[in-house]
Write a protein that binds this ligand. Structure first.
Ligand SMILES: Cc1ncc(C[n+]2csc(CCOP(=O)(O)OP(=O)(O)O)c2C)c(N)n1
Ligand SMILES: [Mg+2]
Length: 279
């Protein structure tokens, strides 16, 4: 989580300096991403949206590869086949159908493992998501939908975009689901481990809705202060999952200052490396 935060912060700075065209920050969503990525493990194919940087790092995408697309260097940046981590999808929810189709294809080839599809709250309003959930339910596809509900689709609040929770909506399609808070990676890890066991054991889809708070604007081109209250932004910063988890592990005596300093040094080195590379 700390490494992801460091990479994200460096990418934001590189964008300001003109080295990257664009960046979508994942700050505030690290516990949801690291908890879910560790729970599903390294084997299932993952279809991300565009903000799953911490998942990418857990999957073995290097920080240099992660930034490459946003510097306009490559189409993707990493090898999607080797890492089983598919390219970023900016066309909202298109990848939900790709993921379900991929899972059905795997089953037909008797190479079944499950597929993980990451999606945001706003993207679930796209017809593709409804089609993907229905198809997954009807075909009993082995797909785990991980929905990070950060409360915003750019400037559109989630409460103006839906009348039920996403977990409830999934049940309407015949997909079992759960809604969990996304501040503590262990809570997310437990929920996603149970969900993954369900997908594997039942060979059926499952949806986990994780409630998170977006700390920064939608992208580096967005001024969230224009449409989001100061209180809401302050609350997102005050409930930062990264500092909260570091504090929790420290208070339990599981990590000490020397260990945290070691990670800090690693982050500084990583950021310096990225800065040099992208300059
Ligand atoms: C099909 C389509 N329509 C509109 C957009 C413009 N767009 C980009 S991101 C976004 C909001 C998505 O919000 P959400 O799914 O909650 O993800 P978040 O950015 O909050 O992680 C919109 C409307 C798009 N990329 N693709
Ligand atoms: Mg959102």
């Amino acid at each position: 989580m700390l490494l992801a935060r460091g990479v994200d912060e460096e990418a934001r700075q590189l964008q300001r300096q003109g080295a990257l065209d664009h960046w979508l920050s994942c700050q505030g969503q690290e516990a949801a991403q690291v908890g879910s990525a560790l729970a599903v493990g390294p084997t299932p194919a993952v279809f991300p949206t565009y903000r799953e940087h911490a998942v990418a790092l857990v999957r073995g995408v290097t920080p240099e590869e992660l930034l490459a697309q946003w510097a306009g260097r490559t189409f993707c940046g990493w090898d999607p086949h080797r890492l089983r981590f598919f390219p970023t999808t900016v066309v909202l929810a298109a990848h939900t159908l790709h993921g379900v189709g991929y899972s059905i294809g795997q089953r037909l080839q008797e190479r079944e493992d499950f597929v993980v599809v990451y999606i945001g709250d706003g993207a679930t309003s796209e017809g593709d998501m409804s089609e993907a959930m229905n198809l997954a339910a009807v075909e009993s596809a082995s797909v785990l939908f991980v929905c990070q509900n950060n409360g915003w689709a750019i400037s559109k609040p989630a409460e103006e975009q839906m009348r039920t929770s996403l977990a409830q909506r999934a049940r309407g399609f015949g997909i079992e689901s759960v809604r969990v808070p996304g501040r503590d990676p262990e809570t997310v890890f437990s929920a996603c481990s149970r969900a993954a066991a369900h997908v594997r054991g039942e060979r059926a889809p499952y949806l986990v809705e994780i409630l998170v708070r977006r700390i920064n604007g939608h992208t580096t081109s967005d001024a969230q202060e224009v449409y989001r209250s100061r209180d809401d932004i302050a609350r997102a910063r005050a409930t930062d999952p990264v500092t909260a988890y570091a504090a929790r592990l420290s208070s339990l005596g599981l990590v000490d200052t020397a260990w945290l300093d070691g990670i800090d040094a690693e982050v500084r080195e990583l950021r310096a490396r990225l800065m040099k590379e992208y300059e």
